[in-house]
Design a protein around this ligand. Structure first.
Ligand code: HEC
Ligand code: HEC
Length: 275
């Protein structure tokens, strides 16, 4: 049985495939097995806690969606309804600096609520998320995370004209941001955002959150927080290492591109199923 390109060769022509190709194929296969094993080791390291749930489970297996919706729309005890700040459809709000939660990865959201709950991450805008997370127990967090993760993932970022009108933050240059997202800046040792966060930042769960179609003001705030070290809850300091090399201009440019970046390429509108 041939693999990859060799497998696509018509039976009749199979003998015309040079021997070395088989050898090369085997080496590539071995190499990719080694890379896969390394990746699994990293994942195992990152997810020794209860946070990790199967990425293939359907949303209602991840949490109680009804209960999650109730917390989202009505709050719980002293915790106000999430939609009062994160918007009725969970798409975030630039005037408050809140992020989009709709369609974000389940495991990533649970991790953030745990990190806010233990003050490993501080809500630098109003400290409110630390208080909110403390008011939710482990099951509440999973339920509300499953609910928001299940909300539509359609591309809806910020209206950059409205952001400009807010007058509180500068807006960048889209094409310069696109270049950083896709290629990074090798001369300055900045990796492509794409390499961890997936195509146009659409998310590579469970570790790498969706940053494409995220709200502009929130993106800028977080990148500045990673840059200064005010936010330091990233595994292996991966994100801080990147952000330390970004200038303010880079931050505005990259956020300008990401907030409206398409989730798919023109030729392939499939998004891998992931949670
Ligand atoms: C009073 C306003 C307010 C309410 C209510 C609120 N949030 Fe937030 N939330 C924020 C702000 C502001 C941030 C951004 C914090 C920062 O910039 O560090 C945030 C950030 C978050 C994040 C981090 C997202 C990411 O991409 O890392 C999560 C998760 C979150 N909120 C979940 C919730 C949930 C669940 C509820 C309801 C139980 C809720 N929030 C209620 C204001 C609020
Ligand atoms: C080496 C991998 C890696 C690269 C490259 C990378 N990131 Fe990240 N990034 C992460 C990880 C991991 C997290 C999640 C940290 C956590 O668990 O809180 C993250 C989180 C973020 C967040 C916070 C998202 C949220 O919802 O709060 C933003 C914004 C972000 N990255 C932007 C970028 C941008 C822009 C680039 C390219 C300039 C980039 N990242 C490149 C690993 C990476």
């Amino acid at each position: 049985m041939g693999l990859g390109i060799a497998g696509m060769v018509n039976e009749k022509h199979k003998t015309s495939v040079p021997k070395e190709n088989d050898q090369i194929g085997r080496e590539c296969f071995m190499q990719s097995k080694i890379i896969l094993r390394m990746a699994l080791a990293v994942l195992a390291m990152l997810f020794t806690s209860t946070v990790f749930a199967s990425e293939w489970a359907s949303y209602d297996e991840l949490g109680n969606l009804e209960h999650g919706k109730k917390i989202f729309t009505e709050g719980k005890g002293d915790v106000p309804p999430c939609n009062s700040c994160h918007g009725p459809a969970g798409l975030g709000d630039d005037s408050m600096g809140t992020p989009r939660l709709a369609g974000q990865g389940f495991n990533y959201i649970v991790k953030q609520l745990e990190d806010f709950g233990s003050d490993k991450r501080k809500d630098e805008t109003m400290y409110i998320m630390n208080t909110n997370a403390k008011g939710l127990n482990e099951q509440d967090r999973r339920d509300v995370a499953a609910y928001v993760a299940s909300l539509p993932k359609d591309a809806k970022g910020s209206d950059l004209k409205a952001v400009k009108d807010l007058g509180t933050v500068q807006v960048g240059t889209r094409y310069l941001g696109k270049s950083l997202v896709m290629y990074g800046a090798p001369s300055r040792d900045i990796p492509a955002c794409h390499s961890c966060h997936g195509f146009n930042g659409r998310g590579a769960y469970p570790v790498y959150p969706m940053i494409g179609n995220q709200k502009y003001v929130y993106l800028v705030n977080q990148l500045k927080n990673w840059h200064s070290g005010a936010r330091a809850n990233d595994p292996l300091s991966q994100m801080q290492k990147v952000a330390r090399k970004l200038t303010d201009e880079d931050i505005y440019n990259v956020a300008t591109y990401l907030t409206t970046a398409p989730r798919t390429t023109g030729g392939n509108n499939l998004i891998p199923v992931q949670r």
